[in-house]
Design a binder for this molecule. Sequence first.
Ligand code: ADP
Ligand code: MG
Length: 250
Amino acid sequence: MTQHFVEIRHAQKSYGTLEVLKDISLDVERGQIVAIIGPSGSGKSTLLRAINDLDPLTGGEVWLDGVQVNKTLPHRQYEKHINEMRQQIGMVFQHFNLFPHLTVRENVTMAPKLLKKISDKEANALAEEQLDHVGMLERIDYYPAQLSGGQKQRVAIARALAMKPKLMLFDEATSALDPELVEEVNLVMKQLAQEHMTMIIVTHEMDFAASVCDRVIFMDKGVVVEEGPPEQVFKTPTQERTRNFLRKHL
Ligand code: ADP
Ligand code: MG
């Protein structure tokens, strides 16, 4: 039995002899917005990708809403299980991974049609609803190459939302964008926060983390060094490593 919406228990990950996650435990409650900050190479992406088992842990457990995500199962059962879990976890990466040969509409309708077996009509209505939500409805019949980076990220968010996920993971969703395009994507994430979407957001934008997130987790070298409400972590960090990092990034 699990008590928290997301539970990461003693997460450990090694690549050969390199241990990139060292016994990380953390909980996220339903509706919480959690920021993960930390230097490059500290394991933030690895941890995020472990949540939906894209980067399987070498030790430890991940639970979502009472179900263990990284369960050991015979191959076919695992495939079925993990597909079900991944449908509940939306993910947006730094580099927009829209399918370039598909329109915005097709990008958004593809997964629901394929995985939820809904009709074209239902899928279209869903795509229109989600694209409207991120302010991209007018571009529904465009191809990704015809969009700005910020617009592509908003479509990527709409595509993830079309699966009606319980949890959204963002990995530096704005870090590849030109500065003037960052805000439009941040606004969409802020809106999701107001709608109480549970989100885990890896970000290098401290202002964004401070204004949107309920909790900030500072990672360094594969461990959680410090965590707490943004005002505490940013204003009165207790750890020297956190202070050093913030000195460079605030
Ligand atoms: P962050 O997102 O905080 O920058 P990452 O999770 O990407 O950090 O990486 C953590 C560490 O794991 C780094 O030292 C990185 O080089 C290493 N790493 C990540 N992916 C792999 C991989 N597939 N093979 C080997 N090492 C990896
Ligand atoms: Mg990363």
